[in-house]
Design a protein around this ligand. Structure first.
Ligand SMILES: [Zn+2]
Length: 347
């Protein structure tokens, strides 16, 4: 990184009049470069969905004013934010939080009248920012949830040129360049975390969660949607094979997706999925995962050389997307490095 501060590779500019921001490369960025590594403004430990918001309110009220002020600057679409603030569940959690504090502020002063209304309004606003900007830390929120100042300013694309990931080894959210990015280009990540979705499925989730209407190439060129639909089908078929559901006699009739019964068929489907991802320039974590599936199915089919070949591809891509500090992925051979070493021992 030539000794530059990682943030210096991206600058953030307001686009449009609503206050929405976007990230732009300040320099030519090579594929695999760590563009950003940032600590969360707020981090909520793994708790049940029911407890998450009250836990967030407790934690955010212990943060320094400057951190809360930084959080309040994060943009969320007014239509989505207002929907959250009007939501009965959110309102109940906010009022419940203040009641549990016996209507007192951090200094122990009683809040009432306009002061109480102001405190409740501030809490509702923070909940809206949290619910539209929180990032799962690790798979299925293994390490909790976090809100990040810089990441929140990076916009979405269904064909992103950057990948974000929580790295517990260094306690930072990293953003790596998936492709070479030219100085002045906008930097995009994928908010949905799942590229195996049709345009309609993506549009629904982007609009409902973030108030976004995406105009990326995948959302504006209708022919790419057929490729995405095929990806959905293959993804579902492979998931059914992995969990054993495809062995169910009624499977095909029930789901309308191909039935995969052997490791050889699974490898063929996973290889097709990998080709579809590459064809659409989707060189993100999904491709990494599909290389692992290819490697696993090749191993299951006793083709060790092919298994190792795919493991090598996965490792190369993982280093591009995550970097080298992946000690947290050792357990369960989750990281490509450890899977590759495991296979090498078997050869
Ligand atoms: Zn899109």
């Amino acid at each position: 990184m030539n000794g530059r501060k990682p943030q210096a590779m991206a600058e953030f500019r307001q686009i449009g009049s609503a206050g929405d921001e976007a990230a732009f490369a300040t320099t030519n960025i090579r594929r695999g470069t760590r563009i950003i590594a940032e600590a969360p403004l707020v981090m909520v430990p793994p708790v049940s969905d029911d407890e998450e918001l009250s836990e967030f309110l407790k934690i955010v009220n212990t943060l320094p004013e400057a951190t809360v002020a930084e959080m309040v600057k994060i943009f969320c679409q007014p239509s989505v934010a207002n929907g959250i603030k009007d939501n009965t569940y959110v309102q109940r959690e906010v009022w419940g939080f203040h009641k549990a504090r016996r209507w007192k502020d951090n200094d122990g002063n009683i809040l009432q009248g306009k002061k109480l209304q102001k405190a409740v309004k501030k809490s509702l606003n923070l909940c809206a920012i949290y619910l539209t900007n929180n990032v799962q830390l690790g798979p299925a929120g293994k390490y909790g949830e976090g809100v990040f100042s810089l990441y929140s300013r990076v916009r979405h694309s269904c064909v992103p040129n950057a990948h974000n990931s929580w790295n517990p080894t260094i306690g930072r959210l990293t953003i790596h360049a998936i492709h070479d990015i030219k100085a002045g280009d906008q930097i995009y990540v994928d908010y949905t975390g799942n590229v195996c979705r049709t345009r309609q499925q993506r549009a629904f989730s982007l609009s409902a969660t973030w108030g976004i209407t995406c105009d990326c190439t995948a959302c504006t060129k209708s022919q790419t949607d057929q490729l995405r639909y095929r990806m959905v089908v293959l993804d579902q078929a492979l998931a059914a094979y992995t969990c054993g559901a495809s062995k169910d006699l009624n499977f095909e009739a029930n789901h309308g997706i191909p039935k995969i019964m052997t490791a050889r068929e699974a490898l063929k489907a996973a290889e097709e999925l990998a080709r579809l991802l590459r064809r659409q320039n989707l060189h993100g974590m999904e491709l990494c995962k599909v290389y692992r599936e290819c490697s696993q199915y090749a191993l299951d089919g006793c083709n060790r050389a092919k298994a190792l070949d795919y493991a090598r591809k996965e490792l190369e891509l993982e280093r591009t997307l995550l970097g080298m500090d992946t000690g947290h992925l050792k357990e369960g051979l989750y990281g490509a490095k450890y899977w590759f070493e495991h296979l090498q021992k078997k050869m």
